[in-house]
Structures are given as structure tokens and as C-alpha cells.
Ligand binder design. Structure first.
Ligand SMILES: NC(=O)c1ccc[n+]([C@@H]2O[C@H](COP(=O)([O-])OP(=O)(O)OC[C@H]3O[C@@H](n4cnc5c(N)ncnc54)[C@H](OP(=O)(O)O)[C@@H]3O)[C@@H](O)[C@H]2O)c1
Length: 259
């Protein structure tokens, strides 16, 4: 990953759900290196502590971890209240990144109500609830970046529920961009396969049905993305320099959907 890129985020406050792993963690790293104050949210305190250590090692700067299950409205509100307490009374969340998400392959005939509630509970409800909790602190110049997926814009095999959840994130992004204009910008990123723990779990679940090399071969660029490459686009969208982009759906997919 290229280091020390400047996004103009020095002194800004950033809250990142799913900031303890993968794309969220890579985004935290870039924003910390850029001089932002960064709060990472996730359910596992162990992953949170590991992420803080990694961020300190990589950037020399301290982020802060707040435990939060984004599928709970009470926990989302409590997390933002903690940020407000740590930041002081005039909190402005300049950057909210909704990266918490889950993936599972499953054909429709095997889908249960519990699967539906679990997937949409994080990917859709979690994105909406954390944004709702942050609303009082999103002021002029603030922005929201949601992480959707290529699965939101084109169908993928064996994951109709995941596709539907990410399609909802794209629709939410566009609608919220209208509701929060002109003061707050709202955009989303649609990555294709990214080398993160989520992808590693996907390959384990596939049980040899396909491999990373099979995945890579589908891409015009002949590989999957790194988390840092996606984080770069997230930070570019979040940058105050990106002041005329809102309601945008940005693909980061190595050309997968170009054809
Ligand atoms: N990797 C890919 O190929 C890919 C492609 C397209 C889109 N995406 C999307 O990108 C986003 C990030 O994925 P990733 O690959 O970085 O995944 P990851 O490495 O598995 O990280 C997921 C993060 O979300 C957190 N999380 C999960 N459920 C949560 C909940 N209920 N409340 C709060 N935090 C929760 C996890 O922490 P805890 O488990 O500790 O809570 C972790 O920090 C997701 O929305 C995913 O759908 C990923």
C-alpha cells in the first residue's frame, strides 16, 4: 500500500463501523496517517485491541475502539454518545464510514427467516441505524461513505440475499444523499472481491468449490483487490476536496463490470 497519501482530513473526526478488520481497518489506517481522529467500531473487543495495536504500529497514531453491534439501535446510539463524550460537547462527525458487513453464500431454496434477518440486520439495518445515530453530529461539510458491493449492481451466483442487501445499501445511499443535501454528502463504494478475512472465510465455506485463483481469473486486471486499494477510494470520497460528489455509486472492481 502506498503510504502517507494526503486526503485533507487532518483534524477531522471519523467514525468507521467494521473498522477492526478488512476494508474498514485499511480505511482507518489511511485516515489516521492523514491526521484524522479515528474511532473504530466492531463487536469483538479482541479484534478491536488487535486493530488498535496494528494502527499504532503502522501510523504511530492512536485510534479509539468502541464496542458496537450495528444491528442494535441502542448500541449505535450508545456508541455515538461515547464518541461525543470523548470528543467534547460540540462533536461533529466529519466522516462516517459504514463498512460493517457480513457475507454468506446460500441458494434461495435453503434460505431461512433467521438467515434473512441476520444478513439484512447487519448490512442494511446496521448501515441505517448507525447513520441515524450519527445524524445529530453530521453537520455542514460532513460526509457518509457506505460500503456496498459489485453484488449490488450485477447479479452474482449463489448469493441472492447478499445481493439484495447490498442493492438496498445503494438505494439508501442515493435517497439519503437527497435528504441530507446540501450540507452532508453521501456516497457509496461497490468493491468486487477484496483480500480480507471476509473473503478468506468465503473460500473456506466454498470448501474447494472454487479458489482465489479462479476468482482472480474472472477479472480484467487478473487479481482481486487489496483492502488498501478500496480504502483509498473511500478516503478520496470522504476528502473535503471531493466537495461536488454526492449520491454517487463508485465501482472498484478491476474492470469486472466494465463489459
Ligand atoms: N471482502 C470482499 O470481497 C468484499 C467485497 C464487496 C463488498 N464487501 C463489503 O465490505 C465491507 C467490509 O468487508 P470486509 O471484507 O472488510 O470484511 P471483514 O474483514 O470480515 O470485516 C468486517 C467488519 O465488520 C464488523 N462487523 C460484522 N458484523 C458486525 C455487526 N453486527 N456490528 C458491528 N460490526 C460488525 C467486523 O467486526 P466484528 O465481527 O468484531 O463485529 C469487522 O470489523 C462489508 O460490508 C462487505 O460486505 C466486501
Amino acid at each position: 500500500m502506498s503510504k502517507n497519501l494526503s486526503y485533507g482530513c487532518e483534524g477531522l473526526c471519523a467514525v468507521i463501523s467494521g473498522g477492526t478488520s478488512g476494508i474498514g481497518l485499511a480505511t482507518a489506517r489511511r485516515l489516521l496517517a492523514d491526521g484524522a481522529r479515528v474511532y473504530i467500531l466492531g463487536r469483538s473487543a479482541k479484534r478491536g485491541a488487535e486493530a488498535l495495536r496494528y494502527l499504532k504500529e503502522q501510523t504511530g497514531a492512536e485510534a479509539q475502539y468502541i464496542a458496537c453491534d450495528v444491528s442494535s439501535q441502542a448500541q449505535c446510539k450508545a456508541a455515538l454518545a461515547q464518541v461525543a463524550e470523548r470528543e467534547g460537547r460540540d462533536l461533529q462527525v466529519h466522516i462516517l464510514v459504514n463498512s460493517a458487513g457480513v457475507y454468506k453464500e446460500q441458494r434461495l431454496e435453503n434460505l431461512t427467516e433467521e438467515d434473512f434477518d441476520a444478513m439484512l440486520g447487519v448490512n442494511v439495518k446496521g448501515t441505517m441505524l448507525l447513520t441515524q445515530a450519527a445524524l445529530p453530529y453530521l453537520r455542514s461539510g460532513s460526509c457518509v461513505v457506505n460500503i456496498a458491493s459489485d453484488a449490488a449492481v450485477s447479479g452474482n451466483y449463489g448469493c441472492a440475499l447478499y445481493c439484495a442487501s447490498k442493492g438496498a445499501v445503494v438505494a439508501f445511499t442515493r435517497a439519503l444523499a437527497l435528504d441530507l443535501a446540501p450540507s452532508v454528502r453521501v456516497n457509496c463504494v461497490c468493491p468486487a472481491d477484496v483480500d480480507t478475512p471476509l473473503l478468506a472465510k468465503q473460500l473456506v465455506d466454498a470448501d474447494g468449490g472454487y479458489t482465489l485463483a479462479d476468482m482472480a481469473a474472472a477479472y480484467p486486471l487478473q487479481r482481486v483487490a487489496t483492502a488498501g486499494e478500496v480504502a483509498h477510494v473511500v478516503c478520496s470520497l470522504a476528502s473535503p476536496a471531493n466537495s461536488f460528489m454526492t449520491g454517487s455509486v463508485v465501482t472498484v472492481d478491476g474492470g469486472l463490470t466494465a463489459g
